[in-house]
Write a protein that binds this ligand. Structure first.
Ligand SMILES: *[C@@H]1O[C@H](CO)[C@@H](O)[C@H](O)[C@H]1NC(C)=O
Ligand SMILES: *[C@@H]1O[C@H](CO)[C@@H](O)[C@H](O)[C@H]1NC(C)=O
Ligand SMILES: *[C@@H]1O[C@H](CO)[C@@H](O)[C@H](O)[C@H]1NC(C)=O
Ligand SMILES: *[C@H]1O[C@@H](CO)[C@H](O)[C@@H](O)[C@@H]1NC(C)=O
Length: 626
């Protein structure tokens, strides 16, 4: 401890004797420690030894207070006074040079003046005073009452927090720091109090005008207090403050769905402002500024969206200055593809061979692509489908798929059922068929026709009851019926094919041929070689006939049956005889005439020999009638 010496020289009764005292001006000590106050004396006198000195210790609260004696004595006898604050806490050591007062367990109340009073019995006395300074370091400062939000828009400084320091002696002071930099002392408003024990407590309230940047700042307070020989400090914890400030920038985006938006989607638009706390928003469409859309503050849900929802959406933060014009904006296009409209509608009947153009259209916000399908197979692309020269196979369901290549989720479809109708059409043969068949034989007559709707086939058979249908089959648009007819006489069979659209009739004429003699049917040879052979044969026959006729005329050959030509099986032997008799009577000129006809008939056979077999048969009949 540094001694601050002070010398008091007092009361000289005699010029040659004086009492000189030296002590510390102040003694500084922590509360509870013990303090020593030294009082040194020096008596200057040529004759006397300072053996007759009498020492007294007094205390007084301050310079004006009254003195209280706590000790007296000399080198022989000492006395601590009873019933003082110091009765059991002090002791004093004395010798011929100094007196040392020791105060144990220093109290706050010991922070006072101690007075050393020394008397020389004969010549006088001297007095020195010492200030005992007691120090009690405070508890660490504590920050309390931190405000939850300080708005930067406040005109006046706002209360931010308070800092409390307790149990200090003497009075401490508090300094506020922001980010470790001291704030002006005017920022803190201190309130000092003293408790009954004498300790000081200081509470300092920080009042501060916050700025936006302070949201990341940290604040602390520091207590500065005296200790023996100096000043010490203790710092509080740091605290963050919450700064409220308006938005200056707003971001608006579409949270969902990702990509393009189509009708029926649920669209979620969001806004975020850079203000604190995150602001709520008012949403509206740019074209309807006055209409506020219902939102949850920062999320606008449009569900389900339609094309009418397309537009520019805006959000305005509620925390911003009305005139600052801070807002977020986003464009929302809602895409659509309407149901496909197919013309003709539903179903369409067309006649075989006709043309038809079908169209498939769907209104869309995007470019579309159309594909036509029939029975799962692609039959065309584009809005129009041309069906040309319709066949029965053209019948079916035509499906058009409209899609937007840039947005596959958009597609629609439509369909039309095409029905091709047509009257019955007989397949193959002529409408009139001529046949010959031996009596008793069975003949199959076939009738096949196509048409739509499927033609029905009915038979009307005149000339026999003895017939039955042996085959009846049909596919989609071809019907066939075969009847088996027993030929008993000439038969006319009519096959009647009909549907809604029309009727066709096929006729079969069967000539019944007696079955008794059934020589092999005359079959004219074919080819030029055969013709020559036939001509030669005819000439030969002519020659033989001539010879026979000549011999007959000469009576060489009796009338009888020889060299008779049976051209068809129809002729009976009796008929031949009659003809031969008739021939007998004709003249030679008539004879030529007969043979000329005969030759002509042969030529006729040849000219028809290249025709179909049924025609051949007809010609045989024709020849027969000559
Ligand atoms: C204060 O808050 C900021 C931001 O939240 C943080 O980075 C910083 O560490 C905090 N400081 C203290 C002392 O809590
Ligand atoms: C007629 O058709 C039926 C059935 O196809 C067949 O069994 C029969 O032999 C045919 N008759 C003649 C004479 O061709
Ligand atoms: C053919 O059949 C249809 C329907 O059965 C009938 O209306 C029509 O008169 C018939 N025609 C002939 C020639 O039999
Ligand atoms: C507190 O205030 C500062 C500045 O004004 C002084 O420097 C310190 O000495 C003072 N400390 C005390 C304990 O009063």
């Amino acid at each position: 401890m540094a001694f601050l010496k002070r010398t008091f020289v007092v009361f000289l009764y005699m010029a040659w004797t004086k009492v000189e005292l030296t002590t510390q001006e102040t003694v500084e000590v922590y509360l509870g420690d013990s303090a020593q106050i030294l009082c040194q004396y020096n008596v200057t006198d040529g004759n006397n030894q300072p053996s007759d000195l009498f020492v007294q210790w007094f205390v007084r609260p301050d310079i004006t207070g009254s003195w209280t004696l706590i000790f007296y004595g000399d080198d022989k006898e000492q006395e601590v006074l009873d019933n003082t604050d110091y009765s059991d806490r002090i002791n004093v050591t004395l010798d011929h040079q100094e007196a040392q007062l020791t105060i144990q367990n220093v109290q706050l109340s010991d922070n006072r003046q101690f007075i050393c009073h020394v008397q020389e019995k004969v010549f006088g006395f001297a007095v020195v005073t010492t200030d005992l300074r007691v120090f009690a370091p405070p508890d660490a400062p504590v920050i309390k009452d931190v405000m939850t939000g300080i708005s930067v828009t406040n005109e006046m400084p706002s209360k931010v927090a308070s800092c409390e320091v307790r149990n200090s002696f003497p009075e401490p002071n508090i300094t506020w720091y922001k980010n470790s930099m001291p704030l002006m002392s005017s920022a803190g408003h201190a309130n000092v109090s003293r408790d009954p024990r004498g300790f000081f407590s200081v509470q300092s309230t920080l009042e501060y005008k916050a700025v936006r940047e302070d949201e990341d700042a940290y604040f602390s307070c520091e207590v500065s207090f005296f200790v023996p020989g100096g000043v010490r400090t203790l710092e509080s914890n740091s605290v963050n403050i919450t700064v409220y400030y308006p938005s200056t920038k707003v971001e608006m985006w579409r949270e969902s769905p990702q990509g393009l938006v189509k009708e029926g989607d649920t669209v979620e638009l969001r806004c975020h402002g850079d203000g604190n706390p995150p602001p709520s928003f008012i949403f509206h469409r740019k074209q309807d500024q006055d209409v506020d859309l219902e939102s949850s503050g920062h999320v606008l849900i449009l569900s389900p969206v339609s094309r009418n929802h397309s537009g520019i959406y805006q959000c305005r933060p509620l925390d911003s200055d009305e005139y600052a014009d801070v807002k977020g904006e986003i464009q929302l296009p809602v895409h659509y593809l309407d149901p496909a409209v197919v013309v003709p509608k539903d179903s369409e009947v067309m006649l075989k061979g006709e043309d038809l153009t079908a169209t498939c259209n769907a209104l869309s916000s995007l470019k579309t692509h159309t594909v036509w399908y029939k029975d799962g197979k692609q039959v065309g692309t584009g809005n129009t489908l041309h069906l040309q020269d319709a066949t029965y196979g053209t019948t079916g369901q035509y499906h058009c798929e409209v899609s937007a290549p840039s947005f596959p989720a958009l597609h629609s479809s439509g369909s039309v059922h095409i029905i091709v109708r047509g009257g019955p059409q007989l397949v193959g043969e002529d409408q009139e068929v001529q046949l010959e068949e031996a009596i008793g034989r069975m003949v199959n007559l076939s009738c096949e026709a196509e048409g739509s709707p499927l033609p029905s086939i009915s038979w009307n058979i005149i000339g026999t009851q003895n017939w039955k249908e042996v085959v009846r089959k049909s596919n989609e648009y071809v019907a066939q019926s075969v009847v088996s007819v027993n030929v008993t006489s000439d038969i006319r069979a009519l096959c009647n094919v009909s549907n809604d659209v029309g009727t066709e009739v096929k006729a079969f004429n069967i000539k019944a041929i007696p079955s008794v003699t059934t020589p092999a049917p005359f079959t004219p040879a074919k080819g030029s070689g055969v013709i020559i052979v036939v001509i030669i044969l005819c000439l030969l026959l002519l020659a033989i006939s001539s010879v026979l006729y000549f011999l007959y005329r000469k009576g060489i050959i009796p009338p009888g049956r020889s060299g008779n030509l049976d051209i068809t099986s129809e002729r009976t032997p009796k008929d031949d005889v009659i003809e031969m008799v008739t021939l007998q009577r004709v003249s030679l000129a008539n004879y030529w005439l007969v043979h000329k006809h005969f030759l002509f008939s042969l030529m006729l056979i040849h000219s028809n020999s290249s025709s179909s077999s049924s025609q051949e048969e007809q010609e045989v009949v024709a020849l027969d009638r000559l």
